[in-house]
Design a protein around this ligand. Sequence first.
Ligand code: ATP
Ligand code: MG
Ligand code: MG
Ligand code: MG
Length: 334
Amino acid sequence: NPIQVLLICGGGSSEHEVSLRTADFIERELQKCGDLQLTRVTMSAEGQLHDGSGKLRELRSDRLLYSSNGSAQPVDYVIPAIHGYPGETGDLQSQLEILGLPYYGCGPEASKLCFNKVTTKLWLSALGIDNTPYRFLCANTAEETAKARDALKRWGAIFIKASNQGSSVGCYKVTEEATLAQVLDKAFRLSPYVLVEKCLTVRELEVAAYTYKGELVITPPGEVCAPADTFYSYEEKYAENSRAETHVVAKDLSDAQLGWIYEASKRAFIGLQLKDLSRIDFFLTDEGDIYLNEVNTFPGMTPISMFPKMLQNQGHDFNVYLADLIRSAVNQTA
Ligand code: ATP
Ligand code: MG
Ligand code: MG
Ligand code: MG
């Protein structure tokens, strides 16, 4: 019998559309595996699942996927291909844990820790991994936002980030105090915590960290280059006319820098108890300092995205990698 795989995409976050493109990639890859049978459903912003013909579907506690006419099909494995809420935030994974269904990617706790940019930093510091200097604000009050004003004075330029977004949604560069209040309002509308980071002039390096046939693999860093007049914003990530460039392998890094990134990635993967996949992003400053920027527990798999390209470059076919994870997870549960 083929393994019944349920691919869930969409979801309620600002990255709903990006998730559909990630799911397109995963679907195409898994169609190459004859022993897997894929069903794809899209989650609406309200949390309902719809199949390709728009019909309502429901995953119930008997681990069957129901149709509105009462018929049902078994589910052996779930791929929560959702960026942001409720996938990358760990909420869907909690539900799958309760159902006892194996799934692709990090568990609820690691997902939650990594998706929240504040807890990521606290955890990284606890693991002894350098990260960008920051303050964090827990309310949009005069007292709290004074911290952002002080940071701007001290650092000259800052990055304001909503703590629970991806794809650069809720990220704003601020260089003038006059715009600060307005930007903070926008960030606080998206999330209850807001991060204020020192704005660094950087090269942006990313590694894929994943489990291939039972072994942890950390690729050499690739690089994304945003145009000089902006940063790696939502538009530069996904717009048709994006000017961003990507390099699957970053050039001109010293052995010491490569070693540092490798060790930090490994420590983050193990310390945060990641599972199956992640993309770990670094900043290399003009002064030669390296900071871990963030851990993406369900990285994008769109045409511009680095994660699939870095696997490919490592000689690892995505479908072979994912099918192996699926078979061993299903065998362990059986
Ligand atoms: P992703 O799509 O990778 O999940 P994200 O939304 O989680 O991204 P970040 O990676 O934290 O957000 O920031 C988005 C982009 O903003 C970075 O790729 C970089 O171009 C820029 N950026 C973020 N923080 C800084 C900083 N402290 N200094 C300079 N540039 C920054
Ligand atoms: Mg991110
Ligand atoms: Mg992300
Ligand atoms: Mg990022």
